[in-house]
Design a protein around this ligand. Structure first.
Ligand code: PLP
Length: 462
């Protein structure tokens, strides 16, 4: 593609994205295609000769768009938000245009240093413990996902012990994200050695049950080595009691990892920083700007208390990666902080977002979403047909129709097949529970009101 064509199609692509985002609300939120529909429209073999970009773009509209679930719709209330924003998209574009690999400081110093700097900014912005800063013993790095962050923490924790791998035991709650268990499979530790600790009435881990389980394991000759807590569990947004868990982790010399995937972003606002109370006891922590901080996937901020523990467990230095800067000890080589060698210039989009919105701009979104969720919760409470499964701490409302699983399942199915809104259910206490997750950048009160009206209409009809 010539430079002139690149400019032409570059401008058109930005126009296309702007049109898409302006009109996304008119599209069905959940794609309404059947399995195989998209592939049936694609040619069996790739083109022998290159095609024009005009032809390619036509297929975006005709083939791809109908097969999209429109995560950027203001009526998307499923899973968790996937924050995007114009500054973030432009940061992604620039990163693609630069095409640098930031595996070593030397392979693109700006890629490493901007990342370190922005992650230090975020320590201040969220008022995280200061030892997570690069000027202290720790530091932050951008991982592709919270799943990778937990895995890397697990590997670092495993490397701190001298016990036989079959004797290692770890702890998390029954409500922890599935990525914790997946990490075990990848790290070669039997998931039978991962204890799922019971939770209290708010679905947060019970410290007493944890302590008891650890004592039993030690008595059985096992070695506790890793504890993963959650700030904002996936099903119900429960906040595990970090001070108590951290104290237990310290007592038994266990690596304490805290997963703040979506909810960590709430700490941008001073009034929600209580969610991180006790985080000063953590060895590692992650949260996902790619969920609730207007930053495109992938962008997980992962912090460690002691960066040497991480790099000792992940660093291998083959001849071809040796260089003067690394040997000087004066630079960070982020390849030693993650699973892959290569890495994109992901801090650009985060830097753009923070600079464009400023702290106050980002706080505005958090406050808006939490206020909308709390208002939605009030509507649920005041309708005698419905009940809250748990009081929503932040922007996720878990609720159910009192009529039982069947009607709740009918509500989810009808909502999603209508294409008007998209939300999902989970199970809490074995009961089908609806999850209203509010966090898309463009979601306004009207969207939440319409969603509630639709839910009530379906309830009336059943
Ligand atoms: N942890 C929690 C609490 C989550 O809710 C999620 C995703 O929903 C994850 C981890 C996984 O996030 P990622 O896709 O960044 O791996």
């Amino acid at each position: 593609m010539s430079s002139a064509e690149f400019r032409q199609w570059g401008y058109k692509t930005i126009d296309w994205i702007a049109d898409y985002l302006e009109n996304v609300e008119k599209l069905p939120v959940l794609s309404q295609v059947e399995p195989g529909d998209i592939r049936a429209k694609l040619p069996n073999s790739p083109p022998q000769q290159g095609e024009s970009f005009a032809e390619i773009f036509k297929d975006i509209d005709e083939i791809i768009v109908p097969g999209l679930t429109n995560w950027q719709s203001p009526n998307f209330f499923a899973f968790f938000p996937t924050g995007i924003s114009a500054p973030s998209i432009l940061g992604e574009l620039l990163s693609a245009g630069l095409g640098v690999q930031g595996m070593l400081w030397a392979t693109s110093p700006a890629c490493t240093e901007l990342e370190t700097h922005v992650l230090d900014w975020l320590v201040d912005m969220l008022e995280l413990p200061l030892h997570f800063k690069s000027s202290e013993t720790g530091g932050g790095v951008i991982q592709d996902s919270a799943s990778s962050a937990s895995l890397v923490a697990l590997v670092a924790a495993r490397e701190q012990t001298t016990a036989d791998i079959s004797k290692l035991v770890a702890y998390t709650s029954t409500q922890a994200h599935s990525s914790i268990e997946k990490g075990f499979k990848i790290a070669g530790i039997s998931s039978e050695n991962l204890r799922l600790i019971e939770v209290d009435g708010n679905y947060a881990i019970c410290p007493d049950a944890l302590q008891q389980c650890i004592e039993q394991d030690i008595a059985a000759g096992l070695t506790p080595f890793y504890l993963a807590a959650t700030v904002g569990t996936t099903s119900s947004n429960a906040i595990d009691p970090l001070p108590e868990l951290g104290a237990i982790a310290q007592k038994y010399n266990i690596w304490f990892h805290v997963d703040g995937a979506m909810s960590g972003t709430a700490a941008l606002c001073p009034e929600y920083r209580w969610i991180h109370q006790g985080l000063e006891l953590a060895d590692s922590y992650c949260f996902n700007p790619h969920k609730w901080m207007l930053t495109n996937f992938d962008c997980t901020c992962f912090y460690v208390r002691d960066r040497s523990k991480l790099t000792q467990s992940l660093s291998i230095v083959p001849e071809y990666l040796k260089n003067q800067a690394s040997e000087s000890g004066a630079v960070i080589d982020y390849r030693d902080w993650q699973i892959p060698l290569g890495r994109r210039f992901r801090s650009l989009k985060l830097w753009f977002v923070i600079r464009h919105y400023g702290i106050e701009g980002l706080q505005h979104y958090v406050r808006k979403h939490i206020a909308l969720a709390q208002e939605f919760a009030e509507w649920v409470k005041s309708d005698s047909r419905f009940e809250l499964a748990v009081n929503p701490p932040l922007n996720l409302v878990c609720f159910r129709h009192k009529g039982g699983d069947r009607i709740n399942q009918t509500i989810v199915n009808s909502l999603n097949s209508s294409g008007k809104i998209y939300l999902i259910s989970t199970k809490l206490d074995q009961k089908v529970t609806l999850r209203m997750s509010i966090g898309q950048a463009t979601t306004e009160k009207l969207n939440v009101q319409q969603a509630w009206e639709l839910i009530c209409q379906i309830a009336d009809a059943n």
